[in-house]
Design a protein around this ligand. Structure first.
Ligand code: GTP
Length: 597
């Protein structure tokens, strides 16, 4: 145990975590030439394409330092706020953390939020000033920022570059010298923390764990504390780029477990693995079920594909336990599913995976948060509303509550005014303003989560010229004056376009929705009135004018290639259109409310 180190890398998004992890693997000879590929730890195609780490992964390195062999377990963590629960579990499996700070960007919102998580778990923090090779790097100033934040000595900050490999030896030395070795008692009953799991279509769910006490042996009968389920440890082993089966994984070490579980939902990140016969009396605390934050309907473009969509979603759920869905029906779209996601990024990923891995073409409706509605006849019983069209009749309601978050934004002093105006427009209440340095300010707001879902990131980027970072955490439900704004096309309510909006903004947003839909809904042979309504009251109206005859006539010119192109364009358009009544609605229209302005 003395020669094991368990550590993670934490950073704000894009500060270079994955690149630096690759350099560590390189330097310790943990990868062969053939395996060298950019961003080794990001094994999903999607991750590689988007350049983000979606799931955390663990990898074991062997390193000899001053004549002694060490085992270094690196646990990579996702950087996006949607996946912050996974960061917290990875952190709990470690004794130390490399805190990576981009030498040009300095400390950002997730640098701080991840640092707090690490400090809460008593991790030893090794600050790394990364990307020192960048011409725009500002090493002195950023080192000062880090020293201010951590209260450490400037000498403790390691200068490094994931790109050139500079400083990697110093990082490894610091990992060995500064991070404490794991403690724990081999003779105690098994107690292991599940910090991640990955679905493998051939082998079932692979569970990644860290042994806190005892050991886990091949063939052992084990139990998952939270679910109470028992399994056989068919295979245990250590994780390098490949898996290496072992007879036993001992106290302090990290490994994988295969039990033949076929459903990702049976393995809960944060749960404790113990021995089935002599279970630990002391499961690892802090376990929580991950809750979806954003909901949206997913419908097949072709109504006939409903069953196939269900199959695909079930398969997807087997390997992504954070996806939840229930069947729903929409007057406009027919049969589909109401799905819960960790956040907007997660929603995009699911949609993309449905298309790529399952060849499904789907329509995703306006995302919304989960509301609590309270009827006057029972003011204490919350009715969960995950779909705006399920909101009970407003006249029967006592109140509606919506989820609030604490938003932390770090920006340059020059942009404080802009950021404040934006947050106030988004119904934020400022709760704190701190100058981190003369140049950099941290602002905190209480804000409705729903406002973050709607175009907040993009607006924040624009008003701060890119110099703002953002992080949030939920702070509970609060009462809000919300009304349902319905959209009528050709006189018919399209339920999938309804949204709950604060009463003060409802008219403006209703009007903007109509204008946007007018742009997005293709012209047809007849006029299409587009209306926004609250209850029976129409608050706005636009019209998509009928096509003029000569526009269609153009399609029938002599030029065959042009005609083909047009046809192809139409076909492509078809892919993501839904016929509602006699109006064709393209996918973008369902997202219109997110792109207003
Ligand atoms: P997430 O996994 O999405 O949180 O991002 P990350 O923190 O892992 O960042 P990643 O390693 O993907 O690097 C982000 C970008 O910075 C990439 O374009 C890298 O090529 C670049 N980058 C990383 N390290 C360095 C460095 O030391 N120097 C320079 N110049 N660029 C770097």
């Amino acid at each position: 145990m003395k020669h094991i180190r368990n550590f993670c890398i934490i950073a704000h998004i894009d500060h270079g975590k994955s690149t630096l992890a690759d350099r560590l693997l390189d330097f310790t000879g943990s990868v062969t030439e053939r395996e060298k590929q950019n961003q080794l730890l990001d094994s999903m195609d999607l991750e590689r394409e988007r350049g983000i780490t979606i799931k955390s992964h663990a990898i074991q390195m062997e390193y000899t330092f001053e004549g002694q062999d060490y085992i270094l377990n690196l646990i990579d963590t996702p950087g996006h706020v949607d996946f912050s629960y996974e960061v917290s579990r990875s952190i709990a499996a470690c004794e130390g953390a490399l805190l990576i700070v981009d030498a040009a960007q300095s400390i950002q919102a997730q640098t701080i939020s991840n640092l707090y998580l690490a400090l809460e778990n008593d991790l030893e923090i090794i600050p790394v000033l990364n990307k020192v090779d960048l011409p725009s790097a500002n090493p002195e100033e950023v080192t000062d920022d880090i020293v201010d934040l951590l209260g450490c000595d400037p000498e403790e900050v390691i200068h490094a570059s994931g790109k050139t490999g500079f400083g990697v030896d110093n990082i490894l030395e610091a990992v060995i010298k500064r991070i404490p070795h794991p403690t724990g008692i081999y003779d105690e009953p098994l107690q292991a923390l599940i910090f991640d799991s990955v679905y493998n279509p051939f082998r079932g769910v692979e569970t990644y764990f860290r042994v806190m006490n005892g050991s886990i042996k091949k063939g052992q009968r084990i139990k998952f504390v939270a679910t109470g389920n028992e399994y056989n440890a068919d295979e245990v082993g250590t994780l390098k780029l490949k898996q290496f089966p072992r007879k036993e994984i001992k106290t302090g070490d990290v490994g994988y477990l295969i039990t033949g579980i076929k459903d990702a939902r049976e393995v809960k990140v944060g749960d404790t693995i113990t021995d089935a016969k002599t279970p630990t009396t002391n499961p690892i605390g802090g376990f929580e079920d991950v809750k979806p934050m954003v909901f949206a309907g997913i419908y097949p473009v072709d109504t006939e594909d409903y069953e196939e969509l269900r199959n695909s979603m079930e398969k997807l759920q087997l390997n992504d336990a954070s996806l939840v869905f229930v069947p729903e029906s929409s007057a406009a779209l027919g049969f589909g599913f109401r799905c819960g996601f960790l956040g907007m990024l997660h929603m995009e990923i699911i949609q993309e995976r449905l298309e790529r891995e399952f060849n499904m073409t789907v329509i995703t409706t306006v995302p919304n948060v989960s509301y609590h509605a309270f009827k006057r006849k029972d003011v204490n019983e919350a009715i969960i509303v995950n779909n705006p069209s399920d909101l009970p009749d407003p006249s029967s309601l006592d109140r509606v509550e919506e989820p609030y978050i604490k938003a932390t934004i770090i920006t340059k002093a020059d942009f404080v005014g802009n950021v404040m105006s934006l947050c106030i427009e988004k119904r934020g209440l400022i709760t704190n303003q701190t100058y981190l340095t003369t140049e950099r300010v941290e602002l905190t707001f209480d804000m409705p989560l729903a406002e973050i879902v709607f175009d907040f990131y993009d607006r924040l980027k624009t008003v701060s010229k890119g110099y703002a970072s953002f992080d949030y955490s939920p702070i509970g439900m609060r009462t809000s004056k919300l009304v349902r704004v319905d959209i009528l096309l050709n006189g018919q309510i399209v339920d999938a376009l309804s949204s709950l909006i604060h009463v003060d903004n409802a008219t403006t947003i209703g009007k903007k929705m109509c204008e946007k839909l007018k742009e997005l809904i293709p012209r047809q042979q007849f006029d299409i009135p587009i209306q926004a309504a609250i209850g029976a009251k129409i608050i706005s109206r636009e019209t998509t004018k009928a096509l003029r005859k000569d526009v269609t006539a153009k399609c029938y010119g002599g030029d065959i290639s042009r005609k083909r192109k047009l046809l192809e364009k139409q076909k492509k358009g078809k892919k993501r259109m839904r016929q509602v009544g006699n109006v064709e609605i393209p996918q973008e229209a369902f997202m219109a409310v997110l792109k207003l302005n």
